[in-house]
Design a protein around this ligand. Structure first.
Ligand SMILES: Nc1nc2c(c(=O)[nH]1)N=C([C@H](O)[C@@H](O)CO)CN2
Length: 125
């Protein structure tokens, strides 16, 4: 299984558990690894046969604009479920950072993996 990467994608969204956070947008930084087999696209040079990282990045920006969550956990879980369903992604890993949320820390956040990301014997690993 190969992986398409999207790194340090910045999105602005309403997110947080405190009252003051409900009235502002805050920046999140996202790293994604998207499991796919790149060989069909590589053999034909056809974007339609792979995961379009530009289209997925745009969808993430729209998701962030349209949703207001309290927890980063909810944002991450719902985003991953949406992307997997809409783009048919077998497995993916997401690292989400909320810089500045804890002033003494460079970043706080989480990472999650959903579906199958690890190589298997069937993939020729
Ligand atoms: N595990 C989490 N802890 C905290 C979250 C969160 O989303 N997940 N959020 C906050 C506040 O919104 C914080 O980011 C404001 O500085 C606190 N802890």
């Amino acid at each position: 299984m190969d992986r398409i990467l999207i790194e340090a994608l910045e999105v602005d969204t309403v997110i947080g558990v405190y009252h003051w956070e409900r009235t502002i947008k805050q920046r999140l930084s996202l790293d994604l690894e998207l499991a796919t087999d790149i060989r069909p696209a590589a053999a034909t040079d056809d974007l339609a046969l792979t995961l379009d990282y530009a289209a997925i990045s745009e969808r993430i920006q729209r998701f962030a604009a349209e949703h207001h969550f309290e927890l980063v956990e909810t944002f991450a879980e719902r985003l991953v479920a949406t992307l997997r369903e809409e783009f048919g992604i077998a497995g993916m890993a997401l690292t989400l950072r909320k810089p500045g949320a804890v002033p003494a820390a460079a970043n706080v956040g989480l990472n999650i993996t959903r579906g199958r990301l690890a190589p298997s014997e069937r993939d020729g690993a």
